[in-house]
Design a protein around this ligand. Structure first.
Ligand SMILES: NC(=O)c1ccc[n+]([C@@H]2O[C@H](COP(=O)([O-])OP(=O)(O)OC[C@H]3O[C@@H](n4cnc5c(N)ncnc54)[C@H](O)[C@@H]3O)[C@@H](O)[C@H]2O)c1
Ligand SMILES: [Zn+2]
Length: 398
């Protein structure tokens, strides 16, 4: 009788249904200049690329553009240039409303109204999953708008046009986005590969000194864990990079972006299911410092300090042959402030635990076994970290 069947007899009779499927991703990261000049097809091709032919007719792709208000303050023409660009390509690219300004900087990730306003605009303009969200700005705005787009209709496609060094060489080229939640950095987020990324070097022209410099930290990071020759080229180009010479900056951005993308595409773990996170070298401390500084420190500035401390620690723990001073010298040449007040407030145990909890599972921190060689460790000695921080305080410029 049915009522007498136990749960276990049901389980025995019902074979589980096993599913398995793969989804592959491919997207371009394009390098250009003058991307808002109508004669330049790069942006149109990214927005309209792959657009469906409906009944034999190619429909223009409906798009809504969100632009960082810090960029607009420095370069107000970007909004009208973008609208004019879309008008010139109206057969492929239907900008359904004038570009919408979004609060720039980390506040865009911390204020939940920003994501809500983006979602509201997507809803009001009836964007669907065949439409495109175009986001132009720094890494924070790209994260916030990207997060909103990834959750609207379970994912509206995004074309990113990053306008800071850090966004061009790291933040906007990868597969994830995140916003902050109740003071916790990157607590809410999704994995959502973009439709495409357009790195326009001309859009960096209005950047302030801090935002030109801060992104270079991510290049040093990826060079240290992956590519010793790239590190040597950064040292060779140190003076040019410190002066933000365009040739050196462009070469740095291109190689940094490439190393990040190669890692994402070939690591076997693009969506970070495991707890190893090599590209987060220097980041366990950086995220804590950003929080402790009330986000007054730029992400890249905090990463520079995280790199410095982890390099000193790697040497003190006997992993890195005496070369931490070369890393400190490069950071100093580039003008990174390596000993800000927030460093005095660091709670090493809490920072490590919060990083572990963010990754899930065991603590996994990348250190250096050599310049260009990252190595994963699962234990960190907090007392030695404090000594490394003290060493930095004694040997680094403020
Ligand atoms: N999603 C990822 O994979 C990923 C990876 C790394 C970093 N990030 C995130 O990126 C963020 C940092 O990004 P960021 O360094 O680009 O800083 P940011 O986005 O905070 O921008 C810095 C400032 O520059 C302004 N700005 C942007 N473009 C400008 C321009 N061309 N001219 C003048 N001003 C301009 C912004 O308004 C802001 O005030 C952090 O929140 C970090 O967590 C994300
Ligand atoms: Zn980073």
């Amino acid at each position: 009788m049915r009522g007498e069947q136990t749960d276990s007899s049901l389980t025995e009779r019902m074979e589980p249904i096993q599913t398995a499927f793969d989804v592959s991703y491919a997207y371009p990261v394009v390098f250009s200049r003058g991307s808002l000049e109508p004669a330049n097809p790069a942006l149109r091709d990214l927005v309209a690329g792959g657009s469906g032919r409906v009944g034999g007719v190619t429909e223009p792709v409906r798009a809504l553009a969100f632009v960082d208000d810090g960029l607009l303050a420095a370069a107000p023409r970007v909004a009208s240039d973008l609208a004019a660009y879309a008008a010139a390509h109206a057969d492929r690219f239907d900008l359904v409303a004038p570009p919408i300004a979004v609060m720039g900087g980390e506040r865009s990730k911390s204020d939940p109204d920003v994501v809500r306003d983006v979602l509201r605009a997507i809803a009001e303009h009836d964007l669907c999953r065949q439409s495109v969200v175009l986001v132009v700005g720094g890494g924070a705005v790209i994260d916030a708008v990207g997060h909103a787009a990834a959750t609207a209709h379970r994912g509206v496609e995004v074309v990113r046009v990053p306008t800071t060094v850090l966004a061009q060489n790291d933040a906007s080229i990868g597969v994830k986005n995140a916003i902050n939640f109740e003071g916790r950095k990157n607590f809410l987020g999704t994995f959502a590969p973009p439709r495409g990324v357009l790195n326009d070097f001309d859009l960096l022209a209005t950047l302030g000194e801090r935002d030109r410099r801060s992104g270079i930290a991510e290049a040093i990071k990826v060079a240290l864990i992956r590519d010793g020759a790239f590190f040597e080229s950064l040292v060779r180009d140190g003076a040019s990079l410190a002066a933000f010479a365009p040739g050196a900056m462009q070469a740095m951005i291109r190689r940094c972006a490439e190393l990040h993308l190669v890692h994402i595409a070939t690591s076997g773990d693009p969506f970070e299911r495991g707890s190893a996170r090599p590209l987060d070298f220097g980041h366990w401390l950086a995220h804590h410092l950003e929080e402790r500084s009330g986000f007054a420190l730029r992400h890249g500035e905090a990463v520079a300090i995280g790199i410095a401390v982890d390099a000193i620690y790697s040497e003190k723990v006997g992993l890195l042959p005496a070369s931490a001073h070369r890393i400190l010298d490069l950071l100093a040449t580039l003008g990174f402030p390596l000993h800000p007040p927030a460093l005095a407030d660091v709670d090493v145990e809490q920072a490590l635990e919060s990083f572990r909890a963010h990754l899930g599972g065991r603590l996994c921190i990348t250190l250096l076994a050599d310049i260009g060689v990252g190595v994963e460790v699962h234990e960190i000695d907090p007392a030695l970290v404090r000594k490394s921080i003290a060493f930095l305080g004694e040997h680094a410029p403020c």
